[in-house]
Design a protein around this ligand. Structure first.
Ligand code: OFO
Length: 168
């Protein structure tokens, strides 16, 4: 049986994943507004990934006989100074998600819930990848000063990003 505390925290994390999706949707709209259409696509793919994370966790909760409690999704920010400002927020957000996944792992360990500890390893690995990708991108954006032909090239690259659902 799923420990009550783990059930509560999984519900909280599902909300955090949906909020992430919402935040990236908002960032995508801003990038669209400032004509960075490639990065707007990148953000849309990020939104798809976050929805996938939320649903993966939701399915796990139900598979374990847990009770789903959907909470309100907070209103995301909708204005930034520029593209570098956006990606600084993405990195800070992902670092915060990593922290909350780690807390969830620790809680599941305390509750001796080995199945959840095992399930969460996928998220632990995913966070390493997400943080690395975002900090690389942020470093490249800073390298080109967030403008000019360097930014144009990065935007074209970002337009190539696609979302493919990872194999279960
Ligand atoms: Fe961006 O990894 Fe889920 O939230």
């Amino acid at each position: 049986m799923l420990p009550k505390k783990v059930e509560q925290y999984l519900n909280k994390q599902i909300n955090a994943e949906f909020f992430s999706a919402y935040l990236y949707l908002s960032m995508g709209a801003y990038l669209n507004e400032i004509s960075l259409f490639g990065f707007a696509n990148w953000m849309r793919m990020q939104y798809e990934e976050e929805k996938f994370h939320a649903m993966k966790m939701l399915d796990y909760l139900l598979d374990r006989g847990g009770k789903l409690e959907l909470k309100s999704i907070a209103k995301p920010k909708h204005k930034w100074k520029n593209i570098i400002d956006v990606f600084e927020d993405v990195l800070a957000h992902e670092q915060q998600i990593t922290q909350s996944i780690n807390e969830l792992v620790s809680l599941s360990m305390d509750q001796r819930d080995h199945a959840t500890v095992n399930f969460l390893q996928w998220f632990v690995d995913e966070q390493v990848e997400e943080e690395a990708n975002v900090s690389d991108l942020l470093a490249q954006l800073k390298l080109v000063g967030g403008k000019g032909s360097g930014l144009f090239m990065l935007d074209r690259e970002a337009a190539q990003r696609k979302f493919t659902e990872p194999a279960q």
